[in-house]
Design a protein around this ligand. Structure first.
Ligand code: APR
Length: 231
């Protein structure tokens, strides 16, 4: 049965009230990436970085999954083959909508990581530089998110999934951050049919056989309906 692999980005959570990164009012218009999303920035000013993620964690805690998240959960429940979501998002909206086969390649806001011993635990709502790791007691706690210059999570699962995919879809991502930006090209080269669902053309649109344009809450449910009616 068809294996469907789906890459999602900030655009799928935009209509849930969570900011995107590169739209004109996006997070990178308000904050300097090098200050809040790099290991060097964290070493320079851990307070600033924790404040940035505390604000995003509070925002995400208020957010609800939207029709696009629910449509993907329906696809996983009703499609006879495997549906695997690789998300660049650090929110938990896919899981809240009911998706279970989800990989957070850039980590998760609601998880914490100890920079000293590697221990992971559920993040408190507010994290501070003086927090001690529950396992080793060292004051080296950080959000369990992947910063620029760090290796994304789950690469050992992602590459085989892209090779085995019959259908690869990218939803709500600008195609500007690698390695995710090359997944469409890789999947296509390995024989998958590729579809891009996005508000506008992205830097990776040329890698896709089909491009569906519009808001995720409108085009994703229609796309899922079409897949399930043909299954
Ligand atoms: N519906 C569909 N697409 C949308 C919507 C919407 N309502 N709103 C915005 N988009 C599209 C934008 O047109 C854009 O192409 O979603 C995309 C969002 O792009 P980015 O803001 O660059 O987010 P993303 O691609 O997820 O960024 C990738 O960059 O900064 C890092 O780690 C961060 O995971 C993030 C990565």
């Amino acid at each position: 049965m068809k294996k469907i692999v789906i890459l999602t980005g900030a655009g799928i959570s935009a209509e849930s009230g969570l900011g995107t990164f590169r739209d004109e009012d996006g997070l990178w218009a308000q904050h300097a990436i090098e200050d809040v999303a790099t290991p060097e920035g964290f070493a320079r000013d851990a307070h600033l970085v924790h404040d940035f993620y505390n604000a995003r964690r509070a925002n995400a805690a208020q957010a609800q999954p939207n029709a696009a998240h629910h449509a993907l959960a329906r696809l996983e429940a009703e499609h006879p083959g495997e549906v695997f979501i690789i998300t660049q998002n650090v929110d938990a909206l896919h899981e809240m909508a009911g998706s279970r086969n989800v990989l957070h390649m850039h980590g998760q806001l609601d998880r914490a990581l100890c920079g000293a011993c590697g221990h992971r635990w559920d993040a408190p709502a507010v994290m501070r530089p003086e927090d001690a790791c529950p396992a080793c007691r060292v004051r080296a706690t950080r959000p369990d998110v992947v910063w620029f210059g760090e290796i994304p999570y789950g690469m050992e699962r992602i590459d085989p999934a892209l090779s085995e995919a019959d259908l690869f879809a990218a939803i709500g991502t600008s195609g500007q951050v690698f390695p995710a930006a090359a997944y469409g090209q890789h999947a296509r080269r390995m024989g998958a049919h590729t579809v891009e669902l996005n508000l506008e053309d992205s830097a990776a649109s040329r890698d896709f056989d089909d491009c569906l344009r519009g808001k995720a809450t409108e085009i994703v449910p229609l796309w899922v309906e079409g897949l399930l009616s043909r299954a």
